[in-house]
Design a binder for this molecule. Structure first.
Ligand code: ADP
Ligand code: MG
Length: 342
């Protein structure tokens, strides 16, 4: 009976698998809302009082991260940088500098497909805090917003007294929405470690990181959900072994315009939402932040280029694409190493 598995949705396109035969001691499941999405922490070996205190600390930390990185809060540190219309280096936190440094690196390694400087385009298409009517922007507006983007116009400067962020294009607007969840997930893992907890699953939005084992003493087992299924049907099972995982999927967040699905992921090369047949990209990496950065870049690149980049960079990647009515999957050799049969 050991093969009976209970399936719980834990993140975008990801399912947690637990044995539901027998009665393992209950794990504490903590949940809440942040960054326009949900967070979730499963932790084994703590009692209810400790769980309640932990829940509060988690919410406080996530609220603080959001207050720093959100483009949806006009008074966040990031929004203030975006509102600034000059080119003097601006002091930022170490966290902000780290996220931006990594995002720029992934941006360069995806030939600019992952681009955190797309803020103006994101707003133009109505996916940002500045609401736009649900009509296709005209080509001039797209070209104008596109002219206000570019990885080469943003840099992180390390000085003796701290980290600075500089934009050489005054209207450049940084959008960390696509890596915020990964960062917050890693940050939660650090909180768990500070608390002396070593058996946990932490998740924010589409990003998950696990360490140790669940309350049944088994490693956390995560599965990728089939793209169309609403009933938690499993596409592939994974043993994360202490890594971070993140999925980007255009079938989740989109609106329809003239019968066409408009993804909220934008291709920096065209200034338009992606339209190709790659429906989801899942990446496993040392940190959830890295996984979250790469999955977006791969989504933008599309199936063939995503495969090439995954192989070149030796990334653990699982891609689902649509061919006619059928879904096809592809995985890199590094991803296959995480796969489990049952
Ligand atoms: P997904 O739903 O596919 O996981 P995310 O939520 O991670 O996507 O990121 C989507 C958000 O990232 C968009 O709403 C926008 O704010 C921003 N974004 C859009 N296109 C890009 C891009 N090419 N590179 C970086 N960020 C982007
Ligand atoms: Mg992402």
């Amino acid at each position: 009976m050991g093969n009976i598995l209970c399936r719980t949705s834990i993140a975008l396109a990801l399912i947690l698998l637990t044995a539901c035969d027998g009665a393992p001691p209950p794990a504490q499941v903590l949940e809440g809302k942040t960054m326009g999405t949900v967070w979730r922490v499963n932790v084994a070996g703590i009692d209810a009082a400790r769980a309640a205190a932990l829940r509060q600390k988690i919410q406080q930390q996530l609220d603080a991260d959001d207050q720093e990185l959100s483009t949806w809060k006009a008074d966040s540190a990031l929004s203030r940088f975006n509102q600034y219309r000059g080119s003097e280096p601006q002091r930022v936190s170490e966290n902000m500098a780290d996220i931006i440094t990594l995002s720029l690196r992934i941006g360069r390694k995806t030939d600019g497909a992952m681009d955190i400087t797309l803020g103006q385009l994101v707003n133009l298409w109505g996916f940002g805090p500045v609401k736009a009517p649900p009509t296709t922007p005209d080509p001039q507006a797209i070209a104008a917003a596109k002219a206000d983007t570019g990885l080469q116009y943003l840099r992180v400067i390390q000085r003796d007294d701290g980290q600075y962020l500089q934009k050489t294009l005054p209207a450049l607007s940084v959008d960390l929405s696509t890596v915020g969840e990964g960062f917050a997930t890693d940050h939660l893992a650090r909180l768990m470690e500070q608390e002396g907890l070593t058996n946990y699953l932490v998740s924010v939005g589409g990003a998950v990181l696990t360490r140790g084992s669940n309350s049944g003493g088994r490693p956390w087992r995560v599965a990728i959900q089939k793209p169309t299924d609403r009933e938690n049907a499993v596409q592939a099972r994974i043993d994360l072994q202490g890594h971070g995982i993140s999925t980007s999927g255009s079938y989740r967040n989109y609106y329809e315009l003239d019968g066409q699905r408009i993804s909220h992921v934008i291709d920096p090369r065209t200034g338009r939402p992606i339209t190709h047949k790659l429906v989801s990209a899942t990446v496993i990496a040392t940190t959830a932040l890295e996984a979250d950065g790469w999955d977006t870049g791969l989504m933008v690149l599309g199936l063939e280029q995503a495969k090439a980049v995954a192989l070149r960079e030796k990334l653990a990647v699982y891609l689902i694409s649509k061919r006619g009515d059928r879904f096809e999957s592809w995985m890199s050799p590094q991803f296959a190493a995480f796969l489990i049969e049952n």
